[in-house]
Design a protein around this ligand. Structure first.
Ligand SMILES: Nc1ncnc2c1ncn2[C@@H]1O[C@H](COP(=O)(O)OP(=O)(O)OP(=O)(O)O)[C@@H](O)[C@H]1O
Ligand SMILES: [Mg+2]
Length: 313
């Protein structure tokens, strides 16, 4: 099976603004983060992929189906969580999701069963018979996620699922999305304007800027080509110095930062090789490793550097 989503020179010109500008991007299995500032073209791309909007020029395939001619087939295989509130306030989550399940072709009994399952999965088991008008933003986002999953899609397009959520609810939503990918094998395209939050749950990250592709890569590539690894060892500054000197001697540029060693992973080395080298170095010195972790601040910097790059290009 080829790409989950592939666009070719995909363009959407609204007249006043070009929302997508000859976009070429290929998206595979797993969870892909679609990141960009407000107005970058994320929602426009999703709507075009679903056949809700027609492109001005160029084309795309979703799960091997052409958006120009096979919209109905695509919508049968894809779940969609829209960006804006779309929930009728006087209807319960249960009735709403059952209704949408039946609309997508499930018989009544199966629709009821699937609805109970997905609502439990998103954590709305208790409240599912209450009218959604009384739901908190977090509960509404969960109901929106449930309706995207109810017909057992192969791909879900989630437009800003963490929008309006407080930090705890945000974490829970990200965890749910991660489980969609890992436990159910459903591919997901998830939008956000925060690169940092998606990078943890995404296998791949696509960054849009002004309707153009700024960057597309596996999250690990993102980290190893540009990122810093933070290494913490057991012991005092002596142990840290020992380790830092040995890493430098092994060809890994590094410097102390507080109680950790910041290692610059060079573009030529694969992330796994760097991990192995750090582990072997610690082992040879008899120094205990507490952890090796990616420096998360850097990925936001990369995003900003990229943006500047485009502005000056
Ligand atoms: N129906 C429309 N008519 C005219 N312009 C539109 C329309 N829909 C979107 N646009 C414009 O296209 C550009 C991309 O919009 P889009 O909604 O795809 O961005 P986005 O990345 O989803 O942004 P946000 O993070 O704010 O949701 C914006 O400049 C927007 O104003
Ligand atoms: Mg949007």
């Amino acid at each position: 099976m080829g790409d989950t989503i592939r666009t070719e020179q995909l363009t959407k010109d609204f007249g006043s603004v070009v929302a997508l500008d000859r976009l070429d991007v290929a998206i595979g299995e797993g969870v892909t983060g679609l990141v960009g500032a407000n107005g970058a073209g994320k929602s426009t791309l999703i709507k075009i992929l679903l056949g809700l909007l027609a492109p001005t020029s160029g084309g795309a395939t979703v799960l091997g189906h052409d958006i120009a001619t096979e919209g109905a087939a695509i919508r049968g295989l894809v779940g969609y969580m829209p960006e804006h509130d779309c929930l009728p306030s006087d209807v319960s989550a249960s009735d709403f999701v059952v209704h949408l399940a039946q609309m997508s072709g499930l018989p009544r009994h199966a629709a009821r069963e699937r609805t109970a399952d997905v609502l439990r999965h998103v954590g709305l088991g208790e409240e599912r018979y209450r009218p959604m008008g009384g739901y908190s933003t977090g509960m509404k986002q969960r109901a929106k996620l449930a309706q995207a999953l109810v017909h057992d899609p192969r791909l879900v397009l989630l437009d800003e699922p963490t929008n309006g959520l407080d930090p705890a609810a945000r974490e829970e939503m990200l965890h749910l999305i991660q489980r969609i990918g890992a436990d159910f094998g459903i591919a997901a395209l998830v939008t956000s304007h925060l690169l940092g939050e998606l990078e943890r749950v995404s296998d791949h990250v696509v960054v849009l800027d002004g309707g153009r592709l700024l960057r597309a890569s596996a999250t690990t590539d993102f980290l190893h080509t540009t990122g810093t690894l933070l290494v913490e060892v057991i012991g005092d500054h002596g142990a840290q110095d020992l380790m830092g000197n040995a890493l430098a001697a092994a060809g890994l540029p590094c410097r102390p930062r507080g109680h950790v060693i910041a290692v610059e992973a060079t573009a030529s080395s694969a992330e796994q090789d760097v991990h192995d080298l750090i582990r072997d170095t610690a082992c040879a010195l008899g120094v205990g490793l507490v952890r090796i972790q990616v420096d998360h601040r850097r990925i936001e910097d990369v995003f900003r550097e990229g943006e500047e790059h485009v502005i000056h290009a």
